[in-house]
Design a protein. Structure first.
Length: 289
C-alpha cells in the first residue's frame, strides 16, 4: 500500500495517495498524532517567526532605502534576502490550516513553491559572504569591481535559480529531487564557512587598532559575526541531520527530525533581520512612541 512519503524539503509533501480512502483523508497532524510535540513546537515557532520577521524585514528595507548614500556593497543582497524572508513570513496561517485541518492536495502546490523559494535563501547569504571575502582578502580586485552592476546581475541569476528550483519543487513528482536541496545546503554551508573563517583569519592578522583606520574591515567583521551566528543557529541543524536520515525510523524522521531541522532553518527569516538591525544605528523616536 502506498503511504505518505515525506522528502527532504521545507515541509512534508505528499508524493502518493494511499489506496485506503480513510488514510487519504487524514491530515498531516493526524499522521503524527502519536508524537505531536515537535509539530506543535514548529507551528508556534512559525507564528513567532511571522510576528517578528515581517516588521523586522520591513525595517531593514526602510533603513537601506533611507541610507542609500552610505550603503554597503552587500546591501543589494541584503535587500533581496529581506524581500524573500518577508514573503516567506506570510505563510504560517496557510501552513497551520494545511497541517491541522486540510486534506486537499491543492494547497501543497502553493506551499511547496514558497518553501522552494525559502530553500534558496542560503544562496543570497553566500553572495554576501563572497562580497565580504573579496573586500577583505582581495581589496584591489574588490575596488575595481565596486560598482554594483555585476552584483545586480548576480542577484538576478540567484533569483532565476530560485524560481526554477521552486517551480520544480512545486511540481512535486521529480524523482530524487530532495537531493538537490541536500546538495545545495551542504555546498552553501561549506562555502559560507570557508569565506567567514578566511575573513576572520585575515582580520586576526591585522595589527591592533588597524581596523579603526579601515572601515571596510570593520563592516566586514560585523557582517561575518552575524552570518556565522546565522549559519550555526539556522543552517547547521539540517546539514547535521539530513545526511543521516536512513538512521532514523520513518515516523521519527517525518514527525520529529524533519520539523526540528526546518524549524531552525525557517526561523532565520526573523533572526537575520534582527541581527542586521543589531549592528545599525536606529533613528531616535519620540518618547511617546
Amino acid at each position: 500500500m502506498s503511504m505518505f512519503h515525506f522528502i527532504n524539503s521545507s515541509l512534508l509533501i505528499i508524493s502518493h495517495r494511499p489506496l485506503n480512502a480513510s488514510l487519504a483523508e487524514e491530515t498531516v497532524y493526524a499522521t503524527c498524532a502519536h508524537m505531536p510535540a515537535v509539530i506543535l513546537f514548529y507551528l508556534v515557532l512559525q507564528f513567532i517567526n511571522m510576528s517578528l520577521g515581517i516588521p523586522a524585514n520591513i525595517i531593514v528595507l526602510w533603513l537601506i532605502h533611507k541610507n542609500k548614500g552610505d550603503s554597503s556593497t552587500s546591501d543589494i543582497f541584503i535587500v533581496q534576502l529581506a524581500v524573500l524572508d518577508t514573503f516567506f513570513c506570510l505563510i504560517p496561517p496557510l501552513e497551520l490550516a494545511n497541517i491541522v485541518f486540510l486534506t486537499t492536495d491543492s494547497t501543497w502546490y502553493v506551499l511547496r513553491f514558497i518553501y522552494g523559494v525559502k530553500d534558496s535563501s542560503p544562496l543570497f547569504l553566500s553572495c554576501i559572504c563572497l562580497d565580504r571575502y573579496m573586500a577583505v582578502l582581495h581589496p584591489i580586485t574588490f575596488t575595481k569591481l565596486k560598482d554594483k552592476r555585476h552584483r545586480s546581475v548576480c542577484a538576478g541569476v540567484v533569483w532565476l535559480v530560485t524560481l526554477v528550483y521552486a517551480t520544480a519543487k512545486c511540481v512535486g513528482n521529480i524523482p530524487n529531487f530532495e537531493k538537490a536541496f541536500t546538495g545545495m545546503i551542504l555546498a552553501a554551508f561549506a562555502f559560507m564557512v570557508f569565506c567567514n573563517i578566511s575573513i576572520l583569519w585575515a582580520l586576526r592578522q591585522s595589527a591592533p587598532g588597524r581596523d579603526e583606520r579601515h572601515p571596510v574591515k570593520k563592516k566586514a567583521f560585523k557582517m561575518v559575526i552575524i552570518i556565522l551566528a546565522i549559519i550555526v543557529l539556522n543552517y547547521f541543524p539540517p546539514v547535521a541531520l539530513f545526511p543521516f536520515q536512513d538512521y532514523f525510523s520513518p515516523d521519527v524522521f517525518r514527525c520529529y527530525i524533519h520539523y526540528i531541522a526546518f524549524g531552525f532553518m525557517d526561523v532565520s527569516s526573523s533572526i537575520q533581520p534582527v541581527l542586521y538591525l543589531s549592528r545599525e544605528q536606529l533613528p531616535k523616536v519620540p518618547v511617546c512612541c
